[in-house]
Design a protein around this ligand. Structure first.
Ligand code: GDP
Ligand code: IMO
Ligand code: MG
Length: 432
């Protein structure tokens, strides 16, 4: 059995998409289990760039089945636009290489409007969401009024649910937020039309996954966002609204935990964050600028500049606990090339006391000072290394120190955006 979960162990954009694409070679199926089109994953294959949001990052490899699980929230318009963008790049997506769970909740236009209205109302204290309607869509799911993909194919059920939802959300939009409201008829017609386009993709995903798992056909579970954006274990309330941790792969697909064999966590060799919220190792100096410009730290979804800082080992150790991580993937090592020294935050200082573990209340992070361990940097380029031994000695030492401090093995290293720019020390699909 080799069913591997890939998650982000920081605040997202760790390079999960690149690693999922790489490891899809060894899987037969790739499944997204949470999040929506707030995600942005960039793959570079032979110099050609693909940007994915909702469609799993395994889609570029022919002969693999991609699946959108029940834990995802799906905006049909965004999904159809993404299929068009992929077709323009020569990637053909049909019901034979992509399935969507009938249980997946839909993002509706009022979710997007509510997302924007709430952020506006919060003003300076805003979360800095992607404005895609993700949070309000998950709220409706948990409130048991969500509309699911399956509902699009039962007109009476769909109309009844939609009428109730439009009335409820219009009331809030108009009276509480003083925001634009929506017409039931227009939304009904738009969604029924998009339902026709979705119908070839809809399937009983729990059953398909069970068949693959029973037949020992390897499955890759693709996480979006990152552990520190998890709705329970992240820097609440500056988080997304889903379970981004490895456990989300079970609830978001219907595959039980005993069927999982490895949890691979992707981390950047430094840290980035988009949007508001605490970030103890953030750098606002010239090193921060170096990381942002060399690392091209701009979001693929919203184009916003990402905040940059040193690697935070307190975050990594927290992620190791809440995900049950079996191995690390360190990406963007090349971005540190040319720095005189590199630092890793090993603990925090708070009111004169040392904190080695993540505080239970993440609001405390705002007043935590990082305690750094400093190491020599390297001047050589790492971009052409294809074996660990090819790396400059100081870069090797940095990676070994990350292993030592995290007590986790580094299984894969990435030294550039291209699929080829990778060093695989241990393949999670082999020997699992
Ligand atoms: P994801 O959301 O975790 O899939 O990550 P994103 O794709 O949003 O952000 C990672 C960015 O870094 C993308 O633009 C990748 O092409 C790029 N990238 C991934 N790995 C590397 C690497 O090792 N070095 C460099 N320089 N860029 C990388
Ligand atoms: P990938 O999959 C980085 C952040 C937003 C905001 C918070 C809540 O590419 O790693 P939301 O729209 O989800 O309600 O926003 O979460 N966020 C991400 N940050 N990468 C992502 O996805 C993100 N998806 C959401 O910036 O701070
Ligand atoms: Mg991203």
């Amino acid at each position: 059995m080799a069913n591997v979960i890939i998650i982000g162990a920081q605040w997202g954009d760790e390079g999960k998409g690149k690693i999922v694409d790489l490891l899809t070679e060894h899987a037969e199926m790739v499944v997204r289990f949470q999040g929506g089109h707030n995600a942005g994953h960039t793959l570079v294959i032979g110099g050609k760039k693909y940007v994915l949001h909702l469609v799993p990052s395994g889609i570029v490899r022919p002969g693999k089945l991609c699946v959108i699980g029940n834990g995802v929230v799906l905006d049909p318009q965004a999904f159809l636009d993404e299929l068009q963008a992929l077709a323009d790049l020569g990637v053909l997506v049909s019901g034979s290489n992509l399935k969507i769970s009938a249980l997946t909740n839909l993002i509706m236009p009022y979710h997007r409007e509510l997302d924007l209205a709430r952020e506006k109302r919060k003003g300076r204290g805003k979360i800095g969401t992607t404005g895609r309607g993700i949070g309000p869509a998950y709220e409706d799911k948990i409130a048991r009024r969500g509309i699911r993909v399956d509902d699009l194919f039962n007109r009476q059920v769909f109309e009844d649910k939609l009428r109730e939802n439009v009335a409820y959300h219009n009331f809030m939009l108009e009276n509480f937020y003083q925001s634009p409201t929506f017409s039931f008829e227009t939304m009904r017609d738009d969604y029924l039309r998009m339902g026709d386009a979705l119908s070839p993709f809809m399937d009983d995903v729990v059953n398909i996954l069970d068949e693959y798992a029973a037949a020992q056909r390897p499955i890759l579970f693709e996480g979006a966002q990152g552990t520190m954006l998890d709705v329970d274990h992240g820097t609440y309330p500056f988080v997304t609204s889903s379970s981004t941790v490895a456990g989300g792969a079970c609830t978001g697909t219907g595959v039980g935990p005993t069927r999982m064999s490895a949890v691979l966590a992707v981390v950047k060799a430094y840290t980035t964050r988009v949007g508001g919220g605490p970030f103890p190792t953030e750098l606002t100096d010239s090193v921060g600028e170096h990381l942002a410009s060399v690392g091209h730290e701009f979001g693929a979804t919203t184009g916003r500049a990402r905040r940059c800082g040193w690697f935070d080992m307190v975050v990594a150790r927290h992620a190791a606990r809440v995900n049950g991580i079996t191995g690390l993937v360190v990406t963007k090592l090349d971005v540190l090339d040319g720095l005189k020294t590199v630092k890793v935050c090993v603990a925090y200082h708070r009111n004169g006391r040392r904190l080695d573990t993540m505080p239970a209340n993440p609001a405390i992070l705002d007043v935590c000072e990082p305690i750094y361990e400093e190491m020599p940097g390297w001047s050589e380029s790492t971009a052409h290394a294809r074996r660990f031994e090819d790396l400059p000695q100081a870069a090797q030492n940095y990676v070994r120190q990350l292993e030592h401090l995290s007590r986790l093995p580094v299984d894969i290293l990435s030294v550039g955006p291209d699929r080829e720019q990778t060093i695989v020390m241990k393949n999670p699909f082999q020997g699992a």
